[in-house]
Design a protein. Structure first.
Length: 226
């Protein structure tokens, strides 16, 4: 029984030590990615302050006065995200070649945009959760060698192992905090952008309906909440 216990203890000790380098490399790599994303967020914040904002009244007038939806907003001020979304809507309009079921494919284009945005946010959300896990793992793993060094009277070795553990938990918490900040900022930007896209889809449907090219009285908002 004692031999079996010693084998299990040795096995757990070896496994813990084997996981140290993967955890350390992953922690440092993800911390570097998080700091890079933080710099990208600051750059995006600076750029967004100098980018044009969308003029919804002008968009509504341009769509109402234009006989063709495609190309109606070429001269209207649009934010870069809304300009990119409008390019997708125009491309879909050209591919469809008809105004039939326009509410369905507008919904499809918007859903694709939401899926892409969710995919971009999932990475930072993952970092928020995995940062403390890796930090805790990087803290606990060196405790075994630190205790062995203590039993052998090697105080310097014990201190070195503890320093590594404390550094790992700090890196994990910093990565998690930075990722949480990035997630909050990007979610706020995303909510604003998606709301503009929904408003644009609503204005497109109203323009088609006022021009007699689309039957029915349901608006895009009622379709989204149906």
């Amino acid at each position: 029984m004692t031999n079996l216990y010693d084998v299990v203890v040795s096995l757990f000790y070896q496994l813990a030590n084997a996981f140290f380098w993967p955890v350390a490399v992953a922690l440092l790599a993800l911390l570097a990615i998080s700091l890079t994303d933080l710099g990208r967020v600051f750059f995006m914040f600076w750029r967004r302050r100098h980018e044009p904002s969308s003029d919804l009244p002008a968009i509504a007038r341009a769509l109402a006065q234009s006989e063709m939806i495609s190309g109606a907003l070429d001269e209207v001020a649009l934010s870069p995200s809304l300009r990119r979304f409008w390019a997708k809507v125009e491309a879909r309009l050209r591919d469809t070649g008809s105004d039939a079921n326009v509410d369905l494919w507008l919904e499809e284009v918007l859903q694709q945009e939401e899926i892409e945005v969710a995919g971009r946010l999932d990475r930072t959300r993952l970092f928020v959760r995995i940062g403390p896990m890796l930090g805790l793992s990087g803290t606990i793993i060196p405790l075994g060698p630190a205790l062995h060094a203590l039993l052998g009277g090697d105080m310097a070795g014990m201190v070195n192992h503890l320093v590594i553990g404390f550094g790992a938990v700090v890196c994990g918490l910093v990565m998690s905090g930075v990722s949480y900040f990035i997630t909050l900022v990007r979610e706020r930007w995303t909510r604003v952008e998606l709301k503009e896209m929904e408003n644009l889809c609503e204005l497109v449907l109203r323009a088609l309906r006022s021009n007699g090219r689309l039957a029915g009285e349901d608006t895009y908002e009622s379709f989204r909440t149906a």
